[in-house]
Design a protein around this ligand. Structure first.
Ligand code: TPP
Length: 678
């Protein structure tokens, strides 16, 4: 322990953060200046990883909640050699690897994308669950820690209630979170918006809580040592820190603890940029330099980390020798691969709701996929994830041998934890609730999409046929929202989301297959509450025909030279079939019927294929229980979509079908009217 070098290192981090923001002329200097002491002690003395093997699966993880403090991470990992000087000088610039808010980049130590406050630490809770799940299966040698870093904003975000409750309830002793408590937020001081006792709040959730001076290195050490020894509870280290610690004004007097230091270059505040750098011991001419002795100190730390990891790796090699079967299983989990699965072997009863078909599939998966964690926000018997739950048990404090996560009524927390499970690796996360409550999950869905995480969302009760539950429970615009994400490309150039609304049991099996095989983006399965008549198979096996769903859409029924092409997805495909029977028998109208399980995926197919399914030169009619915009792009300018342009109403589902016009007979009339106009 060398107080001098510790202080210098923390000051170096502060100076780098200040310089990055000043150069970019944008960013947040005050928070990193306050959090630098904790970061330095954590990384110098506690954080275990292998700098020569950044993706080592058994490394400790650091989950940043306060994404606006990205400079704190870049500065810290710059000292450790993961960034170059130019990277820091290019903070927030086009093409740089140091974006304004951190974006997942494991090879440089960035475990998660953060920016929307509250989600970062909740992903950390998910990662801690993943680590406990794996530890329960492979042994206590796997004892890496998940560290979180949260600020006042994250503490105030509602999602922290879910994350705090679940981490305490499950006894996530491997989760250690530092709260940078500086009493300052973006536009006010915290006392203007809260008078809660945060320590008591976390204690009530079952956390171990300690409050320290966040600039006192010995206090940080002791808190981290105790947290690492804690076996029962997650730990919250409330570090009382000073916003802008080390900032000085032109006359050299302290300029700390001011709101204005939160989110702008300090030269734009009452502080003086040059004087502040000097005060921190930095070279004003070369503000991105690492101080000489700090550089030596960190080079040594890096060596020690590599040596520590090598020792741990040697122990793991011994474990592998003695447990070869388990070791193979662990490798398989971590590979992200799927076991051999035969979805065609899953036999569905006739006319099932797609949520019920999903239940049977989940039951099959429970028997065949050992590293799935399925979660429901207190709806497992309605969203039918109970098909999985019946084969396993819920995760419990001290017992992570099960594979089901009872999230409680907390959809956003659940989805965000699923992102953390995926980020940790080794786990296939599935989360379920009613489709209408996907609204509660949207911010996490967006982060799944940005981070390209293969989270599987199961949304049941997909339309107004929730009936008696009334308009609050009837999704209308939700599918359109998801389809927008299908149109939005991720940084790998792919559709950022795959939304699948299967038309019957066979398509549900195929949709699950597609979801599990899609490991580059999140997937949503949108499933019906009500039974659906199975679609007919023209050549024997309906499952085999439904496999064409992997093109996003295909012909369910085809005739030569049709008068009209009917387009839908989900349960409306069966309604179109009912309408088509009437049209053919009573009106001698010839139709083709198309099931478009995902427009986003369909649009990726060749123009020839798209045209073979939906020909340009034929009249096109779409049917959707959601907003007409769901199908407008598919029917084209001259086509017509019959959909719902308003909220639902409270009534039994069959009454709503009649009143809103979603019966075969009513739809056949709409089609006839449409054909009169073409
Ligand atoms: C969900 C969300 N809402 C709003 C913001 C904008 N914002 C960024 S930082 C911040 C508050 C910052 O206060 P604090 O968390 O205490 O950070 P500090 O001031 O200590 O840097 C806000 C409102 C955000 N990033 N995420």
């Amino acid at each position: 322990m060398n107080k001098k070098i510790d202080n210098k290192s923390a000051d170096n981090i502060r100076a780098l953060a200040v310089a990055m923001v000043e150069k970019a002329n944008s960013g947040h200097p005050g928070g990193p200046m306050g959090g630098a002491d904790f970061m330095h002690i954590l990384y110098a003395e506690f954080f275990n990883y292998d700098p020569s093997d950044m993706t080592w699966p058994f490394r400790d993880r650091f989950f940043m909640d306060a994404g606006h403090l990205s400079t704190l991470m870049y500065a810290q990992y710059y000292l450790l050699g993961n960034y170059e000087k130019e990277d820091l000088a290019n903070f927030r610039q086009w093409g740089s690897i140091t974006p304004g808010h951190p974006e997942v980049d494991v090879k440089r130590g960035i475990e998660n994308t953060s920016g929307p406050l509250g989600q970062g630490h909740t992903m950390g809770v998910g990662a801690a669950i993943a680590a406990k799940f794996l530890q329960a299966r492979f042994g206590d040698w796997m004892n890496h820690k998940i560290y979180g870093f949260i600020s006042d904003g994250g503490i105030q975000e509602e999602i922290s209630q879910g994350a705090g409750r679940i981490a305490g309830h499950l006894g996530l002793s491997n989760f250690i979170m530092f709260f940078d408590s500086n009493d300052i937020q973006l536009s006010t001081s915290t006392d203007e918006v809260t008078s809660e006792d945060t320590a008591k709040k976390y204690e009530a959730w079952g956390w171990n809580v300690v409050t320290i001076d966040g600039h006192n290195h010995d206090a940080i050490r002791k808190a981290l040592t105790d947290a690492n020894n804690e076996m029962e509870k997650p730990t919250l280290i409330i570090g009382r820190t000073i916003m802008g610690k080390g900032a000085v004004a032109t006359d050299g007097s302290k300029f700390e603890g001011h709101c204005e230091l939160h989110g702008q270059p300090i030269g734009h505040t009452g502080a003086d940029y040059e004087k502040t750098l000097l005060n921190l011991g930095a070279n004003f001419e070369n503000p991105f330099d690492i101080f000489g002795d700090v550089s030596d100190f960190y080079k040594n730390i890096k060596k020690e980390k590599i040596a520590g990891a090598a020792r741990q790796k040697a122990n793991i090699v011994t474990w592998r020798k003695n447990n070869s079967e388990l070791a193979n299983k662990l490798d398989f989990f971590l590979s992200g691969k799927l076991p051999e699965l035969d979805f065609s072997s899953i036999v569905h009863k006739e006319g099932l709701a797609t949520r019920a078909a999903s239940s049977a599939i989940l039951s099959y998966l429970a028997d065949h996929v050992d590293n799935m964690i399925v979660s429901s926000a207190d709806l497992s018997n309605s969203d039918k994830t109970d098909g999985f739950l019946k084969k396993t048990q819920a995760l419990k404090k001290g017992d992570f041998s099960g594979s089901f996560l009872q999230a409680g009524v907390a959809e956003l927390t659940m989805a965000c934890m699923a992102n953390g499970l995926a980020l940790h690796g080794g786990i296939i996360p599935v989360v379920a609730t009613f489709f209408v409550f996907s609204d509660y999950m949207k911010p996490a869905i967006r982060l799944s999409a940005i981070q390209e995480l293969p989270v599987i969302y199961v949304w049941t009760h997909d339309a107004f046929r929730v009936g008696e539950d009334g308009p609050t429970h009837q999704p209308v615009e939700q599918e359109a929202q998801l389809r927008l994400l299908e149109k939005l490309r991720n940084h790998s150039g792919k559709n950022s989301f795959l939304a699948l609304r299967p038309a019957d049991s066979a398509e549900t099996s195929v949709a699950w297959k597609m979801a599990l095989e899609n490991n580059s983006t999140p997937t949503g399965l949108i499933l019906s509450r009500q039974g659906i008549k199975d679609l007919p198979a023209s050549n024997g096996s309906r499952y085999q025909e439904a496999l064409a769903s992997d093109k996003g859409g295909y012909l369910i029924k085809a005739v030569d030279n049709p008068d009209v092409v009917l387009i839908a997805n989900g349960s409306e495909v069966a309604t179109l079939l009912a309408a088509a029977e009437i049209l053919m028998s009573k009106n001698n109208v010839k139709v083709n019927i198309v099931s478009i399980i995902s427009e986003g995926l369909f649009r990726l197919q060749s123009k020839e294929y798209q045209n073979s399914v939906i020909p340009q030169d034929k009249p096109k009619f779409g049917l959707t229980a959601g907003l007409p915009v769901n199908l407008e792009g598919l029917v084209g300018d001259k086509g017509l979509v019959f959909g719902l342009g308003h909220f639902g109403y409270s009534a039994p589902a069959t009454v709503l079908d009649e009143e809103l016009g979603f019966t075969g007979e009513k739809v056949s009339k709409e089609i006839l009217e449409f054909l009169k106009t073409v």
